[in-house]
Design a protein around this ligand. Structure first.
Ligand code: SF4
Length: 291
């Protein structure tokens, strides 16, 4: 179900860009997400989204963005996709993310998009313009296995479609790559999965893969995830309880081995394991006495 809301503010600001992704300003046009990944951290109580199955649309998002960018003095990277997918299904007809990219391009801000959807290809024309400043499009891919992906990310386009989108973006000269996280313990933490993701990434022209070998679990997000594990993978919940108890950070048991394998494979395929983030250029200092 879709509901319209009016927001007071659109962007939230970090005191300094985060070291992984270089994001200074975060933008969420939607609340909730139609992709409904069973592991989604946005279900956690701290975010205050009571019914994550509904999509809330910030109907005044573009108006707010225009106003906020007009008065922003620091041109740091605008990130979108951390709390919900900016290319959730409704975006196809609402065009709000597209509208936001148009505004961002006009104000010449760098941008980082995180998504699971090939709908981002619709905005290739804008991404080309944004790339003149800085644009990175990262696709979350946690498994290369289509059947498993359809179970754990039921509303999102399949990984095959995401790899195809990476190929198209890469061929168009857009800086694109993969977030390989979370890696779900006992479901995705096998060598074949890591090998397949890296191989397909290389074939698609991905420039980077950023990994994390594990997941986070807390309060009602854990509750929802465990309920889904019982439905889809009977017996697996018990392994989580025995291994992680109430831990928030749940690294896969063989994280070190998988990490070594991943690093070797990426080196062989010349894929970076870090994002090249947007750097604010310092004004060149004039030599003393030069006018
Ligand atoms: S796409 Fe991202 S935000 Fe949407 S449900 Fe999946 S993990 Fe959550």
């Amino acid at each position: 179900m879709h509901k319209e809301i009016t927001a007071k503010k659109l962007l939230s600001h970090a005191t300094r860009p985060d070291p992984w992704f270089g994001i200074k300003h975060s933008m969420n046009i939607y609340r909730g997400c139609e992709h409904q990944c069973i592991y989604c951290d946005s279900r956690s109580e701290c975010y205050g989204i009571e019914d994550f199955s509904n999509l809330y649309i910030k109907v005044n998002a573009l108006e707010l963005l225009e106003r906020e960018l007009f008065s922003l003095r620091t041109k740091g990277t605008i990130g979108t996709g951390a709390m919900n997918d900016p290319y959730t299904k409704a975006e196809q007809s609402l065009n709000l993310t597209r509208g936001a990219l148009q505004i961002i391009a006009r104000y010449r801000f760098p941008v980082h998009i995180l998504t699971k959807s090939n709908l981002v290809l619709r905005d290739l024309d804008l991404l080309k313009i944004l790339s003149g400043k800085y644009a990175a499009v990262s696709f979350t891919i946690t498994t290369a296995e289509q059947k498993l992906a359809a179970q754990i990310e039921p509303g999102a386009p399949l990984p095959e479609e995401r790899f195809r989108a990476i190929k198209k973006l890469s061929e168009a000269g857009i800086y694109t790559g993969i977030y390989m996280m979370p890696i779900l313990p006992f479901l995705e933490d096998n060598e074949e999965n890591i090998k397949e993701i890296v191989n397909k990434a290389a074939l698609s022209g991905a420039k980077y893969i950023i990994p994390w070998f594990g997941m986070t679990l807390r309060d009602r997000q854990r509750g929802y995830y465990y309920q889904k594990l019982d439905q889809l993978f009977p017996g697996v919940k018990r392994k989580y309880i025995n291994t992680y108890g109430n831990n928030y950070q749940c690294a896969v048991i063989n994280a070190k081995k998988l990490s070594l394998l991943f690093t070797r494979l990426c080196r062989e395929q010349a894929i970076a394991t870090q994002l090249s983030i947007y750097q604010t250029k310092r004004p060149a200092q004039l030599p003393l006495f030069e006018q």
